[in-house]
Design a protein around this ligand. Structure first.
Ligand SMILES: [Zn+2]
Length: 222
């Protein structure tokens, strides 16, 4: 079976930058996504089209087809008192509504009376070098098409694991939002839906703290 629209694809990947430094990797836990569902960056989705299980490919994705160009306008200086008295440290990330929509903001600099925030994705402006290996290709189920993301066949939802930093439950449901908050560890502040399957963020709100998707089944948006 070849990768085409409305198929669920699992693949292993290693992501490196121009210098060959590893930025991210699936590390034996393949990433699953809905092809054509905008679950992953456009340049990578395009490169995977037509491949089959077992196929390997290297692809360089330019910023425009990755996480966008670096935008100076997303660097913001915020008066310290706006942080509500919370302790702020360089490198901290949080979600905030900005002129450009919901963004993950990274604290760049802490001055006595001012905080410098960066709303760019950490991979913005970078050409991304992916080495991918397709693990599985299968048609999406009607529910997956309706949700716009893959479900883990055995556990319903989120069984594929969440991004690092997110708590992952070993609940029997294996599902986010199931069983009273012990679910799949959606990032703080995210909506857990009360959908019949107990998925988190059925409408694609489950972006993890670092702005990247979980391992597929957790309803991430890019
Ligand atoms: Zn779902």
């Amino acid at each position: 079976m070849r990768i085409a629209k409305d198929h669920i694809v699992s693949f292993d990947y290693t992501l490196t930058d121009e210098s060959g430094a590893v930025l991210d990797a699936s590390r034996g836990a393949p990433l699953a996504y809905l092809h054509g569902g905008r679950n992953i960056i456009p340049g990578l989705e395009k490169a995977l089209e037509g491949l089959a299980a077992g196929d390997e490919k290297k692809v360089a994705v330019p910023p425009a087809e990755g996480y966008g160009e670096f935008d100076e306008r997303l660097i913001m200086n915020v008066p310290a008192e706006r942080m509500g008295g919370n302790t702020v440290q360089v490198g901290m990330r949080f979600h905030a509504e900005t002129n450009a929509g919901l963004r993950v903001l990274t604290v760049k600099e802490v001055k006595p009376d001012e905080i410098v925030l960066d709303g760019n994705h950490e991979l913005a402006g970078k050409t991304l070098h992916f080495a991918v290996k397709v693990v599985e290709v299968r048609p999406a189920t009607p529910t997956e098409l309706a949700h716009g993301h893959p479900h883990q066949e055995s556990s319903g939802c989120c069984g594929g694991g969440c991004s690092s930093g997110e708590a992952q439950s070993q609940a029997e449901e294996g599902c986010c939002g199931g069983g009273g908050g012990g679910g799949c560890g959606c990032a703080t502040g995210e909506t857990k839906s009360a959908s019949d399957e107990g998925c988190c963020g059925g409408q694609g709100k489950a972006t993890s703290e670092d702005g990247s998707c979980g391992q597929g089944s957790c309803g991430c948006s890019q």
